[in-house]
Design a protein around this ligand. Sequence first.
Ligand code: NAD
Length: 504
Amino acid sequence: MTSTQPVSAPVTSGQFDVVNPGTSAVVGTYPIHTADDIADRLDQAREAQIWWAAQGFSGRKRILTSWVRWLAAHAEEIYELGNAETARPVGDIQMEFIAGLEDIRWTAAHAERVLKRRKVAPGIAFPNFAADVVHEPLGVVGIITPWNVPIYTVLSGAACALAAGNTVIVKPSELSAGAGAFVIEGFYKANPDVPVGIISYVHGLGETGAALCKSGVDKLAFTGSVPTGRRVMAACAEKLTPVVLELGGKDATIVAEDADLEAAATAVVWGAFFNGGQACVGVERVYVVKEVRDAFLELVRTKAEKVTAGLESGASYGPMITPGQIEIVRRHIDAAIAGGATVLIGGPESVRPPFVHPVVLVDVPEDNAAVCEETFGPVVVINTVEDIDDAIRRTNGTSFGLGASVFSKRRGAEIASRMRSGGVTVNAVLSFVGMPSVPFGGVGDSGFGRFHGDAGLREFTFAKSTVRKKFSMGPNVQEFPRTEEQYDVIRKTIKMRYERKFRS
Ligand code: NAD
């Protein structure tokens, strides 16, 4: 079978433009796909899945590896497109790109180890049986992605689902539709002989995403905001489609008394402002113990003053993606100041659309919107705490739980173990995101389910148990009539196996 390009669905309705948020230039115009278009893609994906599953782990690894090579060879085009669509600096695009490549490599290399059939003990009741468990692909996985890491979220989600033997339909964000489509088309350019439908995409706005949720895909992996996540889950409930929700965060960093303050300040400034703060795992809150507060603030001030927003090469980050996001950032800055915060860097005047220049707010009340809600902009709150217990209480005090970090020379691991989030980094920030071997995902409002690692591969499978009777052994409790002898054997087993420990 050979693929027939293009891999997007046919157009049966309108279209939309992708606009560079820095220059307002139209970068591309794309069709809005409908439920009917998605149904066609789904039929194709179902058929392709039979072929894809039959390739086995080694066949899929070979094809995924070719895709990685093609992507690497087209890195410059990807940066250019990513920059044109979102006006982010190449450095930010490179980071998400390499993380995506690494995820495909890792999942392709490890899928067999994680998912292959393995023998398990049949248990005391069935000594005459053999038992095994295998993780089977679910079928077709729908993936809906956000704009802020538009390459990584397509590659990372697809990596887990494809390596596990599923086929995939992606709806990239309407704000960065071209980058998502480009990397998916690369799959077929790298592997011209594979059937179309292994990975495909549909374009559109929220309505197209909602149609994908209701299409009958076997799992829906959504990465985006909390409000959209709620809608996705509700839409998927209609057909009992299981969901993975990778949602927003309000990540905290704890700076302990024994922290390397220089390293902590450098990491916090980068973690708060890279990608213009438009990162699910960006540092939005910092809790610094009172003994080192002043020294830490001074270091942050010096470093943050050098961070610049702009379109020119050398700028630390680019514009905000939408006017709506600028308004959320403006509201949080105003709320913090009205709540009594001290402004260390920037302030309301930092909001100069389409840019928001760096803002550092100090001592913001914990119930303030700037502390409780995801800001998703270049604003960081630094609050002073009495001690580590206080820092942990505040860290765990929001509804989110995506990422976190702690700086401490002696107590890092202990403090990390008490922070309620899907991932924690000690003496650095965000590092777990770039490690394909560790599961990535959140708790609470940050969502559930995992990408990456063994858990990320299993996320797109179902566990299938096969048990086999090897020989007959009486008395058999699985046949009629039940005899007194059977009752007696079970009575004695319960007594010997379970009751004795309880008595002691
Ligand atoms: P968003 O929720 O506005 O949109 C995400 C995607 O959902 C887009 O493709 C959009 O078209 C689609 N969509 C919109 N309405 C829909 C509906 N009713 N049904 C189905 N799909 C629908 O998010 P965004 O602004 O693109 O991205 C920013 C958000 O994503 C932030 O909250 C950020 O924290 C989060 N995010 C999370 C992660 C993570 O891994 N946890 C990674 C990146 C971004």
